[in-house]
Design a protein around this ligand. Structure first.
Ligand code: SAM
Length: 274
């Protein structure tokens, strides 16, 4: 591996001023980037999909850790800087220019298992997260997600019942996966600094509870949390059979959505999936 120039120099040389429209907030602190890259565990020989490498700070940390990286980047201004990085790690970095929301990630990774890491604009991150966590096929081809979010969104992902942060995102992230808040990242770590604090969530797939349809569970949580202040017997009126199912499972229909555990949601969804 050749000596790599400091990231700030790479950015200056390639004229990569951060674009607000593309949600660009770059990380330059190589120690922090190394710590993020270490979160999924040893990388030797493992394949990684990185979304939004930008000038390549995290990409560099991943390559140094021994990963084989495929990166999807929308901003073509970043491609020359990434090509330089590829030259320093021959055969280990593939860069695809495109919109990660429109691409088939499993196909890009050739149907082989891969870890996903990303420091994405927050709106894109949430849309991709919902997509990665959804669907009937489980376990997915990805083996872990290590994603930067706005801290408030990260807290919603790992929230426990009975809290105001607990909602659809928590159930989606927890019913068949282990999701944890792995690291808080201060806004001053970014250039330019975003308005709010960030946090990294790490997710690993777990066993899919038997007999539960993901679609049914999604419909149920959408209705329940769509009117989270209402009692379940009111909010679930539009989901055929749901209120009767609550009664038959001994779940008081006067409760509100945020008091139901993930397991209780699963049990209701299982009964409705029959
Ligand atoms: N990973 C770099 C870092 O940590 O310094 C850059 C992070 S910056 C917050 C987000 C990056 O995602 C930018 O480079 C931006 O161009 C890219 N991006 C934004 N939307 C994207 C999309 N839909 N698909 C692929 N890349 C996207």
């Amino acid at each position: 591996m050749a000596d790599l120039p400091p990231l700030r120099e790479v950015i200056a040389r390639h004229g990569l001023s951060a674009s607000k429209a593309l949600g660009q907030n770059f990380l330059f602190d190589q120690q922090l980037l190394d710590r993020i890259a270490a979160l999924p565990g040893p990388f030797a020989g493992r394949r990684v999909l990185e979304i939004g490498p930008g000038p390549g700070g995290l990409t560099r940390a991943l390559l140094k850790a021994g990963a084989e990286v495929t990166a999807i980047e929308m901003d073509e201004r970043c491609l020359p800087a990434l090509a330089e990085l590829g030259e320093a790690f021959p055969g280990k970095l593939e860069v695809i220019r495109g919109d990660a929301l429109k691409l088939d990630h499993n196909a890009i990774m050739g149907g082989e298992p891969y870890a996903i890491l990303s420091n994405l604009p927050y709106n894109v991150g949430t849309a991709l997260f919902t997509r990665w966590m959804g669907g009937e096929e489980w376990p997915p081809l990805w083996t872990s997600l290590t994603l930067m979010f706005q801290q408030e969104v990260a807290q919603r992902i790992v929230a426990k019942p009975g809290t105001s942060a607990y909602g659809r995102l928590a159930v989606l992230a927890q019913w068949r996966a282990q999701s944890k808040l792995a690291m808080k990242v201060h806004r001053s770590a970014f250039t330019p600094p975003p308005k709010v604090m960030s946090a990294i969530v790490h997710v690993e797939p777990a066993a899919m509870p038997e007999g539960v349809s993901a679609k049914v569970l999604e419909r149920l949580t959408e209705a329940a949390f769509g009117q989270r202040r209402k009692m379940l017997r009111q909010s679930l009126k539009g989901v055929a059979g749901a209120v009767d199912t609550l009664e038959s499972l001994g779940i008081d229909s006067q409760r509100r959505a945020e008091t139901l555990s993930v397991e209780e949601f699963e049990n209701v969804a299982r009964a409705l999936s029959q």
